[in-house]
Structure formats: structure tokens, C-alpha cells
Design a protein around this ligand. Sequence first.
Ligand SMILES: *Cc1c(COP(=O)(O)O)cnc(C)c1O
Length: 239
Amino acid sequence: MTGERADQLASNLRTVRTRIAAACAAAGRAEDAVALTVVTKFFPASDVALLAGLGVRAVGENKHQEGQEKRPEVVALRGCDDLTWHFVGGLQSNKAAAVAGWADVVESVDRVKLVRGLSRGAVERPKPLVVLVQVSLDPPDAAAGRAGALAEEVPALAEAVAQAPGLVLGGVMGVAPLGGEPAEAFARLHQAAERLQADHPGADRISAGMSGDLEQAVAAGATHVRVGSAVLGPRPVVQ
Ligand SMILES: *Cc1c(COP(=O)(O)O)cnc(C)c1O
């Protein structure tokens, strides 16, 4: 059973790595210019341990409780704590400090209200917490409640992160709009990243692209792609 799952993950991972390499080649970028984060939400610690054995170095979770529980399970299975854990989900300000207790990178910071809690949790860590500013790529008339800071909100948010003890501003993150054209959205994310780097030269990460649109993200300069279902298979449907 485990052997079958390991074979399936290895095969899927090979396919995704080939897609990333091909997209880098097509864009004239070095093959190692793009890092892979495998989004393991809904999948068990045993899958994360198998992925680590296959060379995956970074994993992503979108629920605080799931990540907080899964990380020690993976450490127990592997006997070491060598993965980088990314939080990519919607964040509530009352959970922010706790997320800093297990995540190494928080990609989904879209309002100043989250910064104080993240910082409070982060100063307890041995290493700083890397924070990405999530930029909204939705059209202005998109349904309320989608995540992401508006372009004009990014500078103040980035400054708040950069000033906060325990936090390091890493760059930007974006999710292509539902039903939209990903290439155009990722081009806007790239512009937001360039504006951010003018003020914060070290904040050079651009996290963009998922299973369905990683090629467009790599073409638009993504430095990190977040891939779930193309590696792990379809997730159970949730409302
Ligand atoms: C689930 C998720 C992903 C991965 O999506 P797939 O389409 O399964 O590759 C990437 N980014 C975020 C923010 C996610 O929540």
C-alpha cells in the first residue's frame, strides 16, 4: 500500500518537476530559478514524509490546526525536522501568533492587523518568520471576502512587516482570479513585486502558480510555485 502511494507520488512529482523545468526553459530562466512548495492540505503526515523522502524540501498548509498537528507527526515519522513549512491560507488575527509557532513562512498576510500577532509569535522562534504580502489579483468588482491586499495597500503593509520584530519581509504571493486569465494576473503580481523591491530590495520572492497555471506563473517571473493536486491527487470536495 505504502509502496504504491510512494510510486504514485514519485511519478506525479517527476511530472511536476518536468513541467517546471520546461516552463523555465521556455522563459529563458535557469532550471533552478523556481522552487517547488507542495501544498499538502487534506493529506496525511505519511504523504508528507514520503514526499520528503523524494526530495521535497517545502510543504504548504492552509489551516492552522492541520499544520500545527501535522508538523510534529512528520517529525516523528522521519526522525528529523528538516522541511520548511509554509502557511498559505486565510489567517485570523487571533490565530496569527500561534501560526508563527509552527510555520516558517506565512504567505497570506493581507492586512496590517495580522502583523502584531505574527510578530508576537515570531519573537519566540529561534529563527525569524518569513512573511509574504498576499496581493489581490481579482478584478475590482470581485466578490467580497477573497483574500489579498489591494495594490495601493501593499507599501504600508510591507513597511509594517519590515519594521516588526521577528519578521522578515520575503516578497509577494498571489492567486490567479477564478475564471480569469492567469497570465495577465501574474503580470500584475510581477509589477507589484517590482514596486515592493524598490523599497525592500531583499524581498525578492514571488509565490505564484498552482497545479493548473504554474507555466503562466513561471513565465511571469514566479520564484516559488505552490502545487497541490498535481502531486497528491484530487482533494476531497469541501463546501
Ligand atoms: C490549495 C492551494 C494551492 C494548491 O492548489 P492546487 O490547485 O491543488 O495545486 C496553492 N495555493 C494556495 C493558496 C492553496 O490554497
